[in-house]
Design a protein around this ligand. Structure first.
Ligand SMILES: [Fe+2]
Length: 139
């Protein structure tokens, strides 16, 4: 199974945000790994997906706080993208709660969805704020 690896091409030019993106990928990687481990329990998977969701939401909120504070012109479209991801994570969490669910399959799907979502989101959406954030001295 391939891992989500952050490389320079994913840098948004803001160190603190790059660090958050790297951490997001790390959690997605451990969720995939755990989902592939036969010994993993449903409780572990639910907990890990919960932490991926919590961290993802914390990260998206960090960006949105800057949008608000700095009156970022593209805030609305960008936040809508975040909301689509939030909804998807909630769906995964709801499905995992279902007793009949194939927990490992779902957890793996959720992790892969999240990692791929972030890869695309960084390149297509986040990178648009680089100049604006740097111009407002976000570090
Ligand atoms: Fe974003």
């Amino acid at each position: 199974m391939e891992k989500f690896i952050w490389t320079k091409k994913y840098s948004v030019g803001i160190d603190s945000i790059d660090e958050q993106h790297k951490h997001f990928f790390e959690i997605a990687n451990s969720l995939v790994e755990t989902a592939l481990n036969d010994a993993a329990t449903k409780e572990e998977l639910v907990a890990l997906l919960g932490s991926l969701g919590d961290y993802a939401f914390y990260h998206l909120n960090t960006e949105e706080k800057y949008f608000d504070e700095l009156h970022y012109p593209d805030a609305q479209t960008h936040t809508e993208e975040h909301n689509r991801y939030r909804e998807q994570v909630k769906k995964f969490l709801d499905s995992l709660e279902n007793q009949e669910a194939d927990t490992k399959k779902l957890a793996k799907e959720a992790a892969i969805y999240s990692g791929n979502w972030l890869f695309h989101h960084i390149l297509l959406v986040d990178k648009k704020y680089t100049e604006f954030f740097q111009g407002h001295n976000v570090k």
